[in-house]
Design a protein around this ligand. Structure first.
Ligand code: MLT
Length: 411
């Protein structure tokens, strides 16, 4: 009889966002007149940049012409896109990243999960707490953890709290860990990491032979010029870090799907027989075997992000969402709540009032003012007592949600 992957049975409840959707749908069914505003999942609302749409329309036309038609593309992504990314996103910031080290994919969520294919099963794994749940759940699925305790913490993982008590700084662990997930600007807290903090992580990783998985999906929201956008701005990172990036949050590709992962060729670790192995080779092999690349049409759309018109439109989108974040911060602060993040990130992290748990505050917001956010405890035990509000929505919805909270919520 077939055996199932019983590691899945260790997973707590549903994946966070489907679980929220389930609760919201149940509320909507029971309250059909409620005008629900969703500031939960970080999904963009504003239309795709025209530069991207035009490029995709042209690419569709290409597909209708025999001489321009494309079948399977390179599994790693088209060279013209990888070259633009290397130039604009990395070399322009002084990062030594070659186009051949960039792998185009259909999402950072997929890549942060898939990367486990090329890593062993005996690594000690550190995550921040709270954390983007994908890092934890994919390790649970792969059998890298034990069972969860009643706080939702899995045995075998090292949790690094990032809370208001430590100014949302991920402290270097005292024990030795092999694999470290870092996400800055941070999902969910909206905090950032300074060059010095990231340098400390790179130094730690190099001293311990560890690998940093650096999720930079929100780098476009950095407004402070002192904050690094890429881990490769940090000397030594090419020897110890993989970086994930996405077109989802800057160019609104959450539904269009395009992302990238940088695996430097200088990332070399030892196999059990003592030989040196380039992670690039393993990831290249993995992608060539399990992935057929992102569609030509979508890659042309992503390429247009780097056109003059595209750059202007992306900048406008980022400013739009950051202005939403500012409104959220200001209104919630005025309502007497403690708020964090939302300056270099599209997420505002709120301390729940009156000692309410994260889910109690979720229910209160939904029931009293029909506004949806994300309970902090869904991101980890240290997220308990916090709540995430996403700035990804129309101005009208953000203003209306803040009006309802400041005027009608009983805090
Ligand atoms: C979030 O709300 O945390 C994001 O939508 C997660 C993601 O990008 O998958």
């Amino acid at each position: 009889m077939v055996k199932i992957n019983e590691n899945y049975l260790k997973l707590k409840a549903g994946y966070l966002f489907p679980e929220i959707a389930r609760r919201v749908n149940a509320f909507a069914a029971a309250n059909p007149d409620a005008k629900i505003i969703r500031l939960g999942i970080g999904d963009v609302t504003e239309p795709l940049p025209k530069a991207c749409r035009d490029a995709m329309i042209k690419a569709v036309e290409d597909m209708g012409q025999r001489d321009l038609f494309k079948g399977y593309g390179p599994e790693q992504g088209y060279a013209w896109l990888r070259e633009k990314i290397a130039q604009f996103d990395f070399q322009a910031r002084g990062c030594d990243v070659d186009p051949s080290e960039i792998f185009i994919s259909d999402g950072s969520k997929c890549d942060t999960g898939n990367i486990l294919d090329i890593l062993g099963h005996d690594n000690t794994i550190a995550v921040t707490d709270p954390v983007y749940p994908v890092y934890v759940d994919t390790n649970v699925m792969a059998g890298h953890t034990g069972e969860a305790n009643d706080r939702g913490e899995y045995a075998g993982l090292v949790y690094i709290p990032i809370t208001a008590d430590n100014d949302f700084t991920a402290a270097i662990p005292t024990e030795k860990v092999d694999l470290i997930y870092l996400c800055f600007p941070n999902n969910p807290t909206g905090s950032t990491a300074t060059k010095e903090q990231l340098q400390a992580w790179v130094d730690y990783a190099r001293a311990n032979g560890s690998l940093i998985l650096f999720d930079a999906a929100y780098e476009a929201f950095i407004t402070d010029p002192a904050i690094p956008h890429s881990i490769y701005e940090i000397p030594g990172a090419r020897e110890c870090a993989i970086e994930f990036r996405s077109f989802s949050k800057n160019a609104g590709f959450t539904g269009t799907r395009c992302a990238l992962t940088v695996v430097p060729k200088s990332l070399v670790f030892k196999a059990s027989d003592g030989s040196d192995v380039q992670l690039w080779q393993l990831w290249n092999r993995r992608q060539s075997t399990k992935f057929n690349g992102v569609s030509y049409i979508v890659q042309r759309g992503a390429e247009a992000v780097y056109s003059e018109e595209g750059q202007g439109e992306v900048k406008a989108l980022i400013s739009f969402y950051l202005e939403n974040a500012k409104i959220i911060r200001e209104k919630l602060t005025a309502a007497g709540l403690s708020v964090y993040g939302g300056v270099n990130a599209p997420y505002v992290w709120v301390k729940t009032p009156s000692g309410l748990t994260s889910w109690e505050f979720f229910d209160k917001l939904l029931q009293e003012v029909n506004v949806v956010g994300t309970p902090g405890s869904g991101f980890g035990a240290a997220g308990e007592g916090y709540f995430r509000i996403s700035a990804f929505n129309s101005r009208e919805n953000v203003e209306e949600a803040m009006k309802r909270i400041t005027e009608n919520l009983t805090i």
